[in-house]
Write a protein that binds this ligand. Structure first.
Ligand code: ADP
Ligand code: MG
Length: 312
């Protein structure tokens, strides 16, 4: 079983179910167009102890922030504004009241920062591990929603930040160095809420998603959904200090944005973005005809079999 093979089999099995006006499975969020002007968006992500975090290597407060951040990132990735969440917690008896209160402090602080309501959830006891499931709801103008399927040939591929730091931080944590700046970055992802909405409002932006499994995997989702190929210029990929190029391409849990924009408008878009956010956009490649992902170094094609993260 592969993670995406399993998701595809679910999708196939359930293709005969009535959609009731919803669009999904397949993008960062499911979309429900509730009026001619606006849609609601829905996404859910699970954090599982031992797989997504180690209890001794993260504070409860950080975990509360991260559980929410990874969900808000999927809302931002479609150009939407997060409005509400549902929070489900499965906690073993030894997760103390103090731990739970700290977790909620982190969750509450980030909710407050982005004006997101908590509207429900579920609480259960678990045998051993902590499991956290968050569902986030977003809202967007219909013509601001950015899907994975909208990439066009010749589009410039952009990312919004240097990459690889989260994976490098995870290596630090697994090696027992839990206090490094990169470990801190891994535990405290910074979802690009304002940037996602700003890019959503720009019509020259075509396809967008967030980077949760690494560009090497995530870009393939845009390519498959858009029936396109892509070429990435390795020398243009921004790498976080302390990380490697491989980590920048294959490392997961970045929660930065990956998007494509019309070639003609790309330079102006990058200028406007930099003026607005005081941080650059990084053009890392182009969308092509075909279905292949190619890698280039100083203009010359190179062979790489690097893949992103999958759970199986
Ligand atoms: P993301 O990394 O953006 O959260 P995933 O790679 O986890 O997205 O999932 C890809 C798509 O498959 C999404 O549209 C997601 O909603 C859907 N999906 C994942 N797991 C399941 C599942 N168990 N049942 C139904 N849909 C799923
Ligand atoms: Mg996503």
């Amino acid at each position: 079983m592969t993670e995406f093979g399993f998701i595809n089999s679910i999708k196939t099995l359930c293709a005969d179910l009535h959609k009731n006006g919803f669009e999904g499975i397949g993008d960062d969020c499911a979309v429900f167009e509730f009026s001619e002007r606006e849609s609601l968006l829905f996404t859910t992500d699970l954090l599982c102890e031992g797989v997504h975090f180690l209890r001794h290597a993260t504070s409860a407060r950080e975990l509360g922030g991260k559980a929410l951040a990874v969900n808000l990132s999927d809302i931002a990735a479609m150009g939407a504004r997060p409005v509400a969440t549902l929070l489900s917690l499965s906690l073993p008896a030894e997760a103390t009241e103090e731990w739970a209160a700290e977790f909620m402090e982190g969750y509450h602080a980030l909710s407050k920062r982005y004006g997101v309501a908590l509207i429900g959830g579920d609480t259960t006891r678990s045998q051993r591990d902590i499991v956290i499931s968050v569902t986030a709801i977003g809202r967007a103008a219909n013509d601001h929603i950015k899907r994975r399927s909208e990439a066009e040939t010749r589009d410039v591929i952009f990312t919004t930040a240097p990459l690889g730091g989260s994976d490098a931080g995870l290596r630090d944590i697994l090696d027992g160095r839990i206090d490094t700046p990169l470990a801190d970055l891994h535990r405290n992802p910074c979802p690009e809420i304002e940037k996602g909405q700003w890019l959503g409002a720009r019509h020259e932006v075509h396809a967008m998603m967030d980077i949760s499994d690494g560009i090497a995997s995530d870009l393939r989702h845009i390519m498959t959904a858009s029936h396109k190929g892509a070429v990435i210029d390795l020398d243009r990929v921004p790498v976080t200090e302390g990380a490697t190029l491989k980590q920048a391409l294959c490392g997961g849990e970045e929660y930065r944005l990956l998007f494509t924009a019309s070639f003609e408008a790309a330079e102006q878009l990058a200028r406007d973005f930099e003026r607005r956010f005081r941080t650059p956009l990084y053009p890392i490649g182009r969308i092509t005809e075909g279905a292949q992902l190619k890698w280039r170094e100083h203009g010359t094609e190179v062979e790489l079999d690097w893949k992103g993260f999958t759970h199986y």
